[in-house]
Structures are given as structure tokens and as C-alpha cells.
Design a protein around this ligand. Structure first.
Ligand SMILES: *Cc1c(COP(=O)(O)O)cnc(C)c1O
Length: 462
């Protein structure tokens, strides 16, 4: 299996190389040269299997010979062993024909654990085999950073540094980053906002001497291995509800388009998915684009669902690549236009996108009202991201097809918004009930590239 760049001017790589390098050198994103199909009988045979066995069968064709069968299956077992639910991604029913896929039973209570836990184990195996070490640096407004730290803590071949804006993440999110005690984990509270964190991260990747010296690696949501890990739960959920005999639809609370793009890959592999519904909050660039064809940057407005507060949705480039018949030149031109503010998707490409995707957005008031209603009429406490999904799913769903809405975070991760909406303050699951008592370890850092690089050099040398 070979991987190609969406901009058509980077070398083809193996799964392992694409995973370790993250972004392609032409600025594009890696995608599989071909999407493998899964026969109907093979999908039917997933019924009743463990999540881990399903994961192995769904992901195996994408991995090629980067990992042996045995190594890959051990990696999957280790990745999901720390989840707090035997099903890993259980389904619960909200209403007739409407289901919630709970993706928050991992160590940091959000769906990003599905991908990050797997990537941690894949990196460790690949780097140990190659006798290499890397330095992972990430910027986070909350969920990604804690998921990365949980995934890489204590691994031998990796140091992990996470930059977060000082004073601007929730207490649960901060504690999840600052309480792990392993020496290879470094939480850095930057004097600045999230954009400053991202800008300094980008500066580091563009500073090639530093990048090579410390062997910088990235694990943000454009990494193909993260998308691949998320394909699995579309299969496990659809099969639980009767696929491949019965078609299902999904609604996905969306920010960077990674999660919903994984659903699209599942569909392309042969899973009978009817609609993929993109649900945004008030930052609705994707909803506007899927209705009008105009992809235009706007200012980001802080919302109750911060993990969906985005201006540009990085993984959308992968969907555009297919919609433009995999024409890398066309994508390069669109991305140049985006730098100037935006672009218009061609009519043909819009038709292809609409074959798969619907969209809707939820305002702050609608989000609160949906959290309250889910509690009183569906017996479920849901997080604000999930609420955007439930609201849009209710508006758009076809009663003849089961709808599965992805619950992307545990309500206890956003206790203030949930309490404001429902009057109930969600408690942390038992296994992390002592989070508020654990000692914190964090370094305050200035918003300055030189100082950051010096700090990272010193830490990895010690
Ligand atoms: C990251 C995140 C999202 C958005 O996922 P994308 O893959 O960026 O579209 C939604 N909800 C939660 C809780 C998240 O952490």
C-alpha cells in the first residue's frame, strides 16, 4: 500500500513513512493511493467480534508490510487495553431510530484517544525497530494535547512536549496534561493564546536545523494513521445495527473534518452508509461551504464546544482531493486561494461532495437546549460537542434509516456548560476520580521561539 500527497508533488511513501512524517513535503496530506474494498461477506463476518479484532480486519489492508500481522495485533491490543468499557465504543439508544456512539471511554474521555492510543503504540514499535528516537511537539486548545500525553507517556523512543495557552484550557483538560509524572512528558503553558501556540509550533517545523537536530515529529489530526484508527468504529457501530444488510447514517460533530472523513473512508471501503452529516457549532465554515460552495475564512468565535472552534478545517483537503478526481494541481491552486481568504468549489466537485455529505450547524442556544432535552427526554447527559451533533441529526435524519450520532467527549470534560444547561454537574468516572488531587507539573514558557527551542533541547538532553 502506497500513500500519495493531495498536492501531487511529494514522494510516495509507505504507511510507516507517512505516519512518521505527518505532513507531506509539498504541504499536502497523505492519502492511500487506492482505497481497499471490503467484501459484503467480510463485513457481515465482523458481527459479534471484539473491537480489537474488528480493528485488525478493517485496518490491516492499509498498513501493508510496515508491520507484521502479529506485531499489528499486539499494538491494537495495547492501544485499547486502558479503555473503561469492554465494548470500547458502545452504542446507546436515544430515541426510535436514533443512536449515540459513545467514543469517550478512553483515558482522556474524548474520541481522540481512539487514534492517539494507537499511534503511540505504532510509533514505539516502528522507532524501536529502527533504533530511532523522536521529539513530538504539539499545540492544543485542550483535547488533542491530553490525548497525546496519555498516548506517549512512559514510551522509550519518544519525548512529548505539549504547548497550551496559559489560563485558557479547562481545569480537567489542564490537569490531564500536567499530572502524568513520567519523565518523557513535558506540559508547557505558553504566555499567549491558542493561535500563538500554533504559530510557534509551525515556526519550529519551519526551522529545519532545529527540526532535524531534535527529530521533530507531529501527531496532529492530519496524520493519516489517526484518520485510519477512526474508520474502525464506523464499522463496529454499523454492524451492530445490522450492516451490511441494513444501511445506516452518521452525524459527526466536526472541526478539522478528520473524524467525518474517516466515515467517508468506511463508506468507500464498502460499508453501506447512506448519509454522513457534518455538524458544526457557530463556527460553520464547513456548513456554509457544503450549502453554498464557497469556502471562506471567518474569525473564530469562542463557543461551549471549543474542540470545534476552527477557522480552516485541515482534513477537508482530503475530501476535496477526491471530489476533484485526485487532481493535485487543482488542490494546490485552491490552497493558494485559501491563503488569500477563500475559494469557490467547482460545480462538479460540489456534486460529488453532496453524494456523501449533508450538513447543519447549532447555535449556542440550541446547544444548551439540546443538552437539557437529552437529559429530560432521552435519559442521557451529553457534552456540548455531542449536543451539536444530536441537534443537527434530529433536524436532518430520515426516519427510514437508523441515525448514529457520535458522542465525541464525556460530559464531565465540560462540566460548566452541562450544568448550565441541565442543572446537573457530571462527575468524573471512578477510574479518574482523584484527578483533582494529583500533583501538577508544568513549565511556564514565553511566546518566543528561541526560548522554546532552548528549553526543548535542554530537556531532551537531560
Ligand atoms: C476534536 C474534537 C472534535 C472535532 O473532530 P474533528 O476530527 O476535528 O472534526 C469534536 N468533538 C470533540 C470533543 C473533539 O475533541
Amino acid at each position: 500500500m502506497k500513500y500519495i500527497s493531495t498536492r501531487g508533488r511529494a514522494p510516495e511513501l509507505s504507511f510507516e513513512e507517512a505516519m512518521l512524517s505527518g505532513l507531506a513535503r509539498d504541504g499536502g496530506l497523505y492519502v492511500p493511493a487506492e482505497i481497499p474494498r471490503m467484501a459484503e461477506a467480510d463485513i457481515a463476518a465482523l458481527a459479534g467480534l471484539s473491537y480489537e479484532e474488528t480493528a485488525f480486519r478493517v485496518m490491516r489492508p492499509f498498513v501493508g508490510d510496515s508491520f507484521t500481522d502479529e506485531a499489528f495485533s499486539d499494538i491494537i491490543a495495547r492501544a485499547y487495553a486502558g479503555f473503561g468499557h469492554a465494548a470500547r465504543a458502545p452504542l446507546v439508544q436515544l430515541a426510535p431510530g436514533h443512536f449515540l456512539l459513545e467514543l469517550f471511554h478512553g483515558p482522556t474521555l474524548a474520541f481522540k484517544d481512539f487514534a492517539m492510543q494507537l499511534i503511540g503504540q505504532l510509533f514505539e514499535d516502528a522507532l524501536t525497530r529502527r533504533g530511532e528516537r523522536v521529539t513530538i511537539v504539539g499545540a492544543t486548545s485542550g483535547d488533542t494535547g491530553s490525548a497525546a500525553i496519555e498516548a506517549f507517556r512512559g514510551l522509550d523512543a519518544v519525548d512529548v512536549f505539549i504547548l497550551f495557552p496559559h489560563g485558557r484550557v479547562s481545569e480537567v483538560q489542564r490537569r490531564q496534561m500536567t499530572t502524568p509524572s513520567e519523565a518523557n512528558v513535558h506540559a508547557l503553558a505558553l504566555n499567549g493564546n491558542f493561535d500563538d501556540c500554533q504559530a510557534r509550533l509551525k515556526d519550529m517545523f519551519n526551522h529545519f536545523d532545529f527540526r532535524d537536530e531534535v527529530r521533530l515529529a507531529g501527531v496532529n489530526s492530519i496524520n493519516w494513521a489517526r484518520v485510519l484508527a477512526q474508520v474502525v468504529y464506523y464499522f463496529s457501530a454499523a454492524v451492530s445495527l445490522g450492516a451490511p444488510q441494513r444501511r445506516v447514517s452518521f452525524t459527526v460533530p466536526t472541526g478539522n473534518f478528520g473524524d467525518v472523513f474517516a466515515g467517508y473512508i468506511a463508506k468507500r471501503m464498502g460499508l453501506p452508509i447512506d448519509r454522513l452529516v457534518v455538524a458544526t457549532n457557530q463556527n460553520d465554515i464547513l456548513h456554509r461551504c457544503l450549502t453554498s460552495g464557497a469556502y471562506e475564512k471567518d474569525t473564530v468565535h469562542a463557543s461551549m464546544s471549543p474542540s470545534m472552534d476552527i477557522q480552516v478545517s485541515s482534513n477537508f483537503e482530503r475530501a476535496l482531493f477526491d471530489a476533484y478526481d485526485r487532481d493535485g494541481n487543482a488542490i494546490s491552486l485552491l490552497m493558494e486561494e485559501l491563503r488569500e481568504g477563500g475559494f469557490k468549489v467547482s460545480q462538479g466537485a460540489m456534486e460529488r461532495l453532496r453524494e456523501h455529505f449533508d450538513s447543519g450547524s447549532a447555535s449556542e442556544e440550541e446547544t444548551l437546549a439540546t443538552i437539557a432535552r437529552a437529559q429530560t427526554t432521552m435519559g442521557q447527559l451529553i457534552c456540548p460537542h455531542t449536543a451539536c451533533g444530536v441537534k443537527v441529526a434530529e433536524d436532518l435524519r430520515d426516519p427510514a434509516t437508523p441515525m448514529i450520532t457520535l458522542a465525541t467527549a464525556h460530559p464531565a470534560k465540560f462540566p460548566d456548560a452541562v450544568e448550565k444547561a441541565s442543572g446537573l454537574r457530571p462527575g468524573l468516572p471512578q477510574r479518574m476520580a482523584d484527578l483533582y488531587e494529583r500533583p501538577e507539573r508544568v513549565t511556564r514558557v514565553p511566546n518566543d521561539l528561541d526560548a522554546l527551542e532552548t528549553h526543548i533541547r535542554e530537556k531532551i538532553a537531560s
